[in-house]
Design a binder for this molecule. Sequence first.
Ligand SMILES: Cc1cc2nc3c(=O)[nH]c(=O)nc-3n(C[C@H](O)[C@H](O)[C@H](O)COP(=O)(O)OP(=O)(O)OC[C@H]3O[C@@H](n4cnc5c(N)ncnc54)[C@H](O)[C@@H]3O)c2cc1C
Length: 419
Amino acid sequence: MQNYSIFSLAKHALTGHLRWSRTFGGRPIRKHYDVVIVGGGGHGLATAYYLAKNHGITNVAVLERGWMGGGNTGRNTTMIRSDYLQPANSDFKEFSLQLWEGLSDELNFNVMVSQRGYLDLAVSDSDIDSFTQRANSLRLRGIDCEILDVPQLKKVCPELNVSSNTRYPIQGAFYQARGGIARHDAVAWGFARGAHALGVDIFENCEVNDFIINNNRVEGVKTAHGNIGAGKVLISVAGSTSLMAAKAGFTLPLETLPAQAFVSESLKPIINQVINFNMGWAFINQSDKGELVMGGHIEPYNGYVQRGGFDRIEKTVSRLITMFPFLSRVRIMRTWGGIVDIPMDRSPILGPSPVDDLLLNCGWGYSGFKATPASGWCMADSIANGRTHALSEPYALSRFRDGYNSVDEGGYEPQPTAQ
Ligand SMILES: Cc1cc2nc3c(=O)[nH]c(=O)nc-3n(C[C@H](O)[C@H](O)[C@H](O)COP(=O)(O)OP(=O)(O)OC[C@H]3O[C@@H](n4cnc5c(N)ncnc54)[C@H](O)[C@@H]3O)c2cc1C
């Protein structure tokens, strides 16, 4: 792999940057792979990277029906944090946050991690109570966070409107200083480049249409480019998981819903944190380009369309204007959507499926970007060692059958949560 550095940049500048070699793709498809990963989003690519890097398994193909990172990975609002109430969830996300902190160095690719702080705004006494419970639980496990009162909050975020003369006056906030954002498409490209350099084959425009299954064991996939044999197959297709499961002959406790986000014109730096408004959900951060990146609830209906309705934008914007009145004068430039897969406990499903050697990585819903490195790390470990990584154990599909569930984040947040 060509190293990216100030020296290589300078060297290639001399030849007009025309001699950089390809970062991924371009190899012929083999007839058989040890591992086939369906879905070239961040999770699938991270799994491929860690399979090669941590376990030396390089006979791996990532098959993507569109372009790398063109699914939810390239459509999300890029927030990373680890402040979940359930210990299994926060431990997983904290491991991920630690991986994020070294990811640019690890990949020799700037994924633009910016730990600018995450604020969850409280608008009621019960918000303060539940945030305090969450903060206590996190701090007991050594995960940084604090509860801010209004003067402290105003110091951290001076632009925030904390006036009592609003419909839902802000009463304080949960704050995780290590939370922040990362550049979503750089994450896909960085993992793809790293995996390719280690020998993984990556194919775009290669849709998986079906599975080859004999005696309840997966033996390969049927693609737009012919059949490919596989020792193990990982389904890592986010909102399309139910469709894939149906082809393999089973159903999953998942709903698929569109979720949208939108950005404003570019402004000078004004919002320095990632901020979530807890009344009806609306969240905002400012990208390095200066655009304000905004989102709210998922759409209220099931669907596979990658866009949402204007009423969601209107509601979200009205909440954001309560937080930052100057937004009423800012223009929205683009809106887009993704399709998210949500189980009823709002935690992912990782590990074995009802078909032997066919594994699942799904159910990340509206909050899987932040989990990308840890998800790849743990899935790679599970695939390589034929076991379930300890951090993934609580996410087994069997929890819905056995009734043993330690990751019911949905019970704590009864509505579909933000990011
Ligand atoms: C608007 C929005 C905002 C969000 N904000 C946040 C946030 O701030 N923080 C956060 O942590 N999470 C957020 N999320 C969630 C996050 O984006 C996802 O959980 C995460 O990106 C999922 O990554 P993935 O690799 O599993 O899926 P994806 O990136 O969707 O990748 C799956 C890939 O599978 C491909 N595929 C599907 N079917 C097939 C097939 N048959 N054959 C081959 N390929 C196939 C798709 O084309 C896609 O590229 C948000 C999501 C949305 C939609």
